[in-house]
Ligand binder design. Structure first.
Ligand SMILES: Cc1ncc(COP(=O)(O)O)c(C=O)c1O
Length: 412
């Protein structure tokens, strides 16, 4: 579980995490007691984590206890159904969750909606643009397939897909330099899935807004671990699936849609859930005013219930505090990596760090072996791209990182 930090360490970590904590603003005295509280909350919410070391949040999250309890209660109600009809709550109340996610993103609640997955949101936004032959979309060449394929699928409509070459990590200068007079959208990930490399989406948003280009951002690898003010970032679509850093289950992704996006695109699919009209009204296409227009059919109740309870936990702990805690863990890993025979594939500078890193033993076959051996010891990391992805969250401790490094040392 997280250990309390010294004042000096706290300030250093907070600064690294981009939190701007310092004299005259928030002081360590304000925050240190709260960090102890994180340890207690983490112990209560992740009792199962004592059985091993889970460091794979970039793949999927173990559920907080409160979330699995809520899901069990939901399933018990579904087993009977009488109760749900008596209370009239057989459908999940979306406005409550919209408000909670809106607080997390710092945007108005009506601009939040829920779709089945991150990739569906990316595809839906890109398909909804009124493309003319010769228009283009700009996308880094090393993007996650869930970003790249929806772009490539536009080629059948005469759209040019400008894939921006990438050396080690995508470079926002190069991405923006590829934008021209026919660009309608830039699509990319806030945090890269293989390395944890984070791009400055506030700059992306501002530059795209100036040029009248939509910025379409897959944020699944950041939200819940890295603080964000989406309104200030000025991006047009910001989407995060619930089962990684948001600690929910697969089945839903939270979307933010900017007023510009809502004004500029038409949803590619119409269904009963995206309309202002009820199912009893005479049918006519009249979209919901906000992001809910992207709802098509009935809500995936279980996924929304899980998301709500996990968002409550993240809000109680505070994403800035989570970022600061994880920054400490990753710094610890970075400082001991060499001794364990590991090298970092991730840029940990404040401008680009997120909440995970990719490390390697320098040999792909050895990385494979190390990951298998670690998993056999219940130390869960992922073998991805150039190495081994290590992705801790609020329940992890410095002891977990030490156990990981011992496990690696035994194989190198
Ligand atoms: C960057 C990125 N986008 C999208 C996804 C998949 O999200 P979803 O299953 O919600 O479409 C992943 C999963 O690994 C990812 O890393």
């Amino acid at each position: 579980m997280p250990e309390p930090l010294s004042r000096r360490d706290f300030s250093r970590r907070a600064t690294l995490a981009g939190l701007g904590v310092g004299i005259g603003h928030v002081t360590a005295d304000d925050v240190l007691p709260a960090i102890d509280q994180v340890g207690r909350l983490a112990a209560a919410e992740f009792p199962g984590q004592r059985e091993g070391v889970y460091l794979n949040h970039a793949a999927s999250s173990p559920l907080p206890h409160r979330t699995s309890e809520a899901l069990r209660a939901h399933l018990a109600d579904r087993e009977r159904l009488f109760h749900l009809y008596q209370t009239g709550t057989q459908d999940y109340s979306i406005p409550k969750l919209q408000a909670k996610v809106a607080r997390l993103f710092n945007v108005p609640a009506e601009l939040i909606g829920f779709v089945p997955s991150t990739t569906e949101a990316m595809a839906g936004a890109l398909n909804g643009i009124d493309w003319k032959p010769g228009d283009n979309v700009v996308v880094p060449a090393n993007e996650f397939p869930g970003v790249l394929y929806p772009c490539l699928h536009l080629e059948r409509r005469g759209v040019t897909v400008k894939q921006v070459p990438v050396e080690q990590h995508a470079d926002l200068d190069r991405v923006l330099a590829a934008v021209d007079g026919r660009t309608r959208a830039v699509a990319l990930s806030w945090v890269h899935w293989l390395t944890g490399h984070r791009l400055d989406i506030a700059r992306l948003g501002a530059e795209c807004r100036k040029r009248g280009v939509l910025s379409i951002v897959d944020a699944i690898q950041g939200v819940g671990g890295v603080p964000i003010d989406v309104a200030a970032a000025q991006v047009d679509l910001f989407v995060a699936g619930s089962y990684k850093w948001l600690m929910g289950i697969p089945g839903t992704a939270a979307i933010y849609t900017s007023p510009q996006l809502l004004a500029g695109i038409v949803p590619d699919r119409a269904g009963h859930a995206g309309m202002k009209t009820s199912v009893y009204d005479a049918p006519r296409i009249e979209w919901q005013p906000g992001a809910s227009r992207f709802h098509v059919g009935g809500p995936i109740n279980a996924a929304l219930i899980a998301l709500e309870h996990s968002v409550d936990l993240l809000t109680e702990v505070g994403v800035p505090r989570i970022a600061s805690h994880v920054a400490g863990l990753l710094d610890g890993l970075a400082s001991k990596a060499e001794k364990a025979g590991l090298r970092l594939n991730t840029d940990l500078s404040p401008a680009h760090r997120s909440t995970f890193v990719n490390v390697t033993t320098g040999d792909a076959a050895r990385d494979d072996r190390v990951v298998k051996a670690l998993v056999a010891q219940r130390i869960i990391v992922g073998r991805r791209g150039p190495g081994i992805r290590v992705a801790p969250h609020l329940h992890n401790s410095a002891g977990d990182i030490d156990r990981l490094l011992e496990g690696v040392r035994a194989q190198t």
